[in-house]
Design a protein. Sequence first.
Length: 315
Amino acid sequence: MLRFLLNRLGQSAVLLLIVTVITFFLINLAPGGPASTMRMEASPEERQAMIEKLGLDQPIYIRYIDWITNAVQGDLGISFTSSEPVIQRISERLPYTIELTVFTIVISVIIGILLGVLSAIKRGKAQDHIINFMSVIGLSVPAFWLGLMLILLFSITLGWLPSSGVGSRGADFDLWGWISHLILPVLILTTTVLPNIVRFTRSSMLEVISQNYIRTVRAKGAKESIVLYVHALRNALIPVVTIIGVLIPRLLSGAVITEAIFGWTGIGTLIIEAARGRDYPLVMGVTVMITIVVVVCNLFVDLVYSRIDPRVKNV
């Protein structure tokens, strides 16, 4: 297990380094810059002074070496737009995005596995057709359009749920206000993840229940619930756990759109603000933080995978 864990940590470190190199060079090669966001009446001298103050007159490789040296020490730089430490701005927003992600993953995994197993058991019947049809709809409908339609229905027409915001926090925390603000964003994000889990669970279950050892267990007189949920489901979960790790980056990218639609002050809205302001340190900081979250989640998925199927420890 230790060798397996060290191997995955080494791969994660290399991946993180590659992501920082690509992101840093791409955002610095993009047209425009922080100086381009200054007011129109700013003189060329003022713009040049800003460029020198931000260190943007240095060669790009020198800037990257300086950035990566500080980053490994926990310093992601100072935001160009707010003059606050990047790590502080991220730490203020990250919990909100993690909140959405955790709720979405938990709900999608529980409901997705249950529906996938039901669809496999009822293969070719009405339940199977309904579940497959809803999965296709979920995969086909754009998240931004569905979000706007849900706001129109539940917020404007019915007035049941708030259309934006994160609810009251801190001393003014209100449980229902918090839950009501979560419902629509989590529902939208769930539609991007749940159909995939349902389809993979169904396919995996159909493959497993056709195996000879399942027939043997049934021939021995075991209850159908024992056959399905003890013998079949554990082996069927192996590819499902893998696809959950693949879906996490898609979920985080979908959070950018969802947070913008619902005014959710998380990492998604922060990276939009950073891109608009040509805030290079903030863009880099958010990218690194998202990459770390994805790497940690994938590492956790690998560990769960190794518990389900010990053979992967030798890979």
